[in-house]
Design a protein around this ligand. Structure first.
Ligand SMILES: Cc1cc2nc3c(=O)[nH]c(=O)nc-3n(C[C@H](O)[C@H](O)[C@H](O)COP(=O)(O)OP(=O)(O)OC[C@H]3O[C@@H](n4cnc5c(N)ncnc54)[C@H](O)[C@@H]3O)c2cc1C
Length: 448
């Protein structure tokens, strides 16, 4: 055992109390359990932080005792990078407060808050934030990497709505990063992931997004190719108010098919016509689209975010539009599912998100595109067929894919994609890493 572990545990227990530090037992087991049941990592010790001072103490203890560090937010990284083997894990589950200034339309969000925490606090004021589609995902983990979601067209990525962040750096200092302070750090954390420090608090811009016209239009698989082909025209003409997610998945009847998941945020009247076009791309098996709220939309996906012990393998590819090869790759993916839970989820990136100049944040891909997440998801058992399926779908989508990929979905093995994942921002991002974390204390999503 690393001699630093008992020393760090003792030191942190003295400072933070016995309930906040664990090398085994219920707190340890609860913390190391993450969304992907295939992750069986055993951290050296977990530190349950309750505020910035606790985070600073944990970062300094890891440095002083030579322990690798890991930061756990919502626990939804598919590779379990929040709870690395042998690491000192800073668990932020005790830092989930969200305060809303409704007049300024700004939320102050603790570093461990989830999307559901944020929307739960904002929605009573008639406000929403840009989040992903699942409430249990951590706001910081999502935002630092990007933040694709159904409001991207109207309000940009989640990181485009980050106004400021309080960050504990590798040397234990706490700084505020915004447009006027630590501007290079503020640039780097908007796309560079958790590679620069622990975000203890963030300010997020809020919006009036409700009512939203949203739901599911499900087409049986035999119609999928034709529908996807026609969908190109709708997507390329989509106004900012409309963002459409595309899902190849198993439908309620048990047969695979194509789900279109549109969200129209804005004046409802013109929205109806846009949704209607999506309904008329074929003969849907069912179409349930109607007025809702962003909060209800998020809760509709609660099941996807639950930690149920199933095993997962993810791959990601971004394509410029639905080319014929992309369409056939998506249709084949659904026709060859190795588990009814598996799916390919595609997020439309356009509008406000695509108008942000690429050099203004570290996020590397600002042209219109469709970001596909290939999710192989199965009850514990032989992983091989499921991983082979995910690899095959990824290879097929690679034919027409843009270089790189969404950093939050890439693994360290995806070296070719990592090299291009930050586009023209890679050199500046590496320089920021050298400046703020020269000893590579924070090893989050891979940098080139
Ligand atoms: C079910 C599901 C749905 C998803 N939906 C979307 C989606 O709609 N859109 C989208 O863009 N992505 C989506 N993702 C991907 C998600 O954004 C990333 O996996 C994200 O990293 C998860 O953050 P977390 O805090 O929940 O995870 P964790 O595993 O806790 O953390 C992942 C990493 O984030 C970093 N991190 C987390 N919190 C902090 C912090 N406070 N300070 C510094 N670093 C931190 C750390 O490096 C950590 O290793 C989804 C993932 C899942 C599993």
């Amino acid at each position: 055992m690393n001699a630093g572990i008992p020393a760090a545990a003792r030191e942190l227990t003295d400072r933070l109390g016995p309930d906040a530090v664990a090398t085994s037992g219920p707190l340890y087991d609860r913390t190391r359990r993450v969304w992907n049941g295939a992750v069986t990592n055993r951290p050296a010790l977990v530190v349950h932080a309750r505020g910035t001072a606790d985070v600073q103490a944990a970062v300094r203890a890891a440095r002083d005792h030579g322990l690798p560090l890991s930061v756990r937010g919502g626990g939804h990284d598919w590779l379990g990078r929040g709870v690395r083997d042998g690491a000192l894990v800073i668990d932020l589950a005790g830092m989930r407060r969200v305060e809303v200034d409704a007049q300024a339309a700004v939320a102050t969000v603790d570093g461990g808050a989830t999307a559901a925490d944020l929307i739960g606090a904002a929605s009573p004021h008639g406000l929403s934030a840009v989040t992903g589609t699942v409430g249990a995902v951590g706001v910081a983990g999502l935002t630092l990497g990007g933040g694709y979601g159904l409001l991207n067209g109207r309000f940009g990525l989640a990181l485009d709505n980050l106004l400021a962040a309080d960050v504990v750096l590798a040397d234990g200092r706490a700084v505020t990063a915004d447009a006027d302070h630590e501007a290079e750090l503020f640039w780097a954390i908007r796309g560079g992931g958790g590679n620069f420090g622990v975000v203890t608090s963030m300010r997020h811009r809020l919006h009036r997004a409700d009512p939203i016209l949203a739901g599911t239009i499900f087409y049986p698989l035999p119609q999928a190719a034709a529908v996807l082909d026609r969908l190109n025209e709708v997507l390329s003409a989509a106004p900012d108010e409309l963002t459409v997610a595309i899902a190849m998945l198993t439908g309620p009847g048990g047969a695979p098919g194509l789900g279109l998941l549109p969200a129209w945020s804005g004046d409802p009247a013109p929205g109806e016509a846009h949704i209607d076009r999506l309904r008329r791309l074929g003969s849907p098996a069912f179409a349930k689209v109607g007025p809702t709220t962003y909060s209800d939309l998020l809760h509709a996906n609660d099941e996807q975010g639950e930690t149920i012990g199933h095993h997962v393998a993810c791959r990601t590819r971004s394509v410029p539009h639905l080319t014929p090869d992309t369409v056939s790759a998506l249709v084949k993916a659904a026709a060859t599912f190795t588990s009814p839970l598996s799916r390919v989820l595609c997020g439309q990136f356009h509008g406000a998100a695509a108008r942000v100049p690429v050099e203004s944040t570290a996020f590397g891909l600002r042209r219109n595109h469709i970001m596909a997440t290939i999710i192989s998801w199965w009850p514990p058992g032989d992983a091989e067929p499921h991983q082979t399926w995910a690899d095959a779908v990824s290879e097929a989508l690679a034919r027409d894919a843009l270089p790189g990929g969404y950093p939050n979905g890439l693994s360290p093995d995806d070296t070719t994609q990592i090299a291009d994942a930050y586009g023209p921002n890679a050199t500046r991002l590496r320089a920021a890493k050298t400046r703020y974390d020269p000893s590579n204390t924070f090893t989050a999503t891979p940098l080139p």
